[in-house]
Design a binder for this molecule. Structure first.
Ligand SMILES: [Zn+2]
Length: 321
């Protein structure tokens, strides 16, 4: 059985598949590190299976299931960004699409699984769009994305989007506590905060080396925000790691649905408390400076100066608090 926050969506999709009501094109979306691949794999297996179980899941034993496990199924096609490239190219889509109009060899239908479709080039998106406009009869097109809003609106409008929400804090917390019994509740809550509450991503944050790194960064960020000369000293010590700390700040400034329920370590709680006291104009200034810094990242502009600007937009409310 899938993880508790994935199970409901998996169930819904398997039911639709079993009753013949699954849309021909699906977009599965959710935060990075939430586990979308698990739902995709379960749905793909069921869609290819020749003899699904009564609950709609794949039998795991038929010829089709065995070929899929071997990675050798003629009715299964996967598109993703090639290792040496940064996008899915039009030639990849052009190779795939005509095959989807042919009769499946063995499975009840063909399955095309497109990972990170937001990274298709414009030409690739347009090529796929043609297939979405005239969908092949016995084919499931499954698009899996962490960036639904980056997909072309024309693609979004021709597929049914299914969004997987992050779990309740208590569910994510107990799932992580089982995996990391020696880690404190505060560190677990911090890992979740820094990963946008996506449990698998939080589990990565809880690996010992990452945990130590986060703790150190948070402590430095704390002294930068709460001591009068902190910003300058911190910038001197942290210069080489500006982009990482900026990522941390962006996460801490984002709206936090569980803000009152988290049991954060002292330094992190203080920073979160500070960001929550922001009035709308200083929040706006800090956010604008962050986005500007993000957009100009790698452009050669002094990142430490940009961060200084962000920090200074945070400081006034802190001294008035
Ligand atoms: Zn099977």
């Amino acid at each position: 059985m899938l993880e508790p926050w994935l199970f409901g969506t998996e169930r819904k999709l398997l039911d639709l598949l079993g009753s013949g009501r699954l849309p021909h094109a699906l977009i599965l979306s959710g935060t990075q590190g939430i586990g979308l691949q698990q739902i995709s794999q379960s749905l793909i297996a069921a869609a290819l299976c020749q003899n699904p179980a009564s609950d709609g899941s794949a039998c795991g034993e038929c010829k089709s299931c065995r070929l899929r496990v071997l990675g050798n199924h003629e009715d299964y096609h996967e598109l993703s960004v090639p290792d040496e490239r940064a996008s899915i190219g039009v030639e990849q889509v052009r190779q795939l699409c005509p095959r989807l109009y042919t009769t499946p060899q063995r499975a009840p239908r063909q399955v095309a699984y497109i990972r990170a479709p937001e990274l298709m080039t414009p030409a690739a998106s347009n090529a796929l769009l043609k297939t979405l406009e005239e969908p092949p009869v016995r084919t499931l097109l499954l698009l899996e994305t962490h960036a639904l809003r980056s997909l072309l609106p024309t693609i979004r409008s021709r597929a049914v989007a299914v969004e997987v929400a992050v779990p309740e804090l208590s569910i994510a917390r107990s799932w992580l506590q089982q995996r990391f019994p020696a880690v404190s509740a505060g560190e677990i809550d911090l890992a979740l905060l820094l990963s946008g509450d996506a449990p698998f991503a939080a589990a990565g944050n809880l690996e010992p080396s990452n945990r130590a790194l986060h703790a150190e960064r948070i402590a430095r960020l704390h002294s930068a925000l709460f001591e009068p000369t902190g910003v300058l000293r911190w910038l001197r010590s942290e210069r080489a790691q500006v982009s990482l700390v900026r990522a941390l700040l962006i996460r801490l400034l984002a709206p936090d649905p569980w803000s009152t329920q988290r049991q954060l370590p002292v330094h992190a709680a203080a920073i979160v408390g500070l960001t929550q006291q922001l009035n709308s104009s200083s929040l706006y200034r800090a956010n604008a400076a962050l986005w500007r810094a993000q957009a100009q990242s790698g452009s050669g502009l002094r990142e430490d100066l940009q961060l200084m600007q962000i920090m200074s937009s945070l400081r006034p409310i802190q001294s008035s608090a």
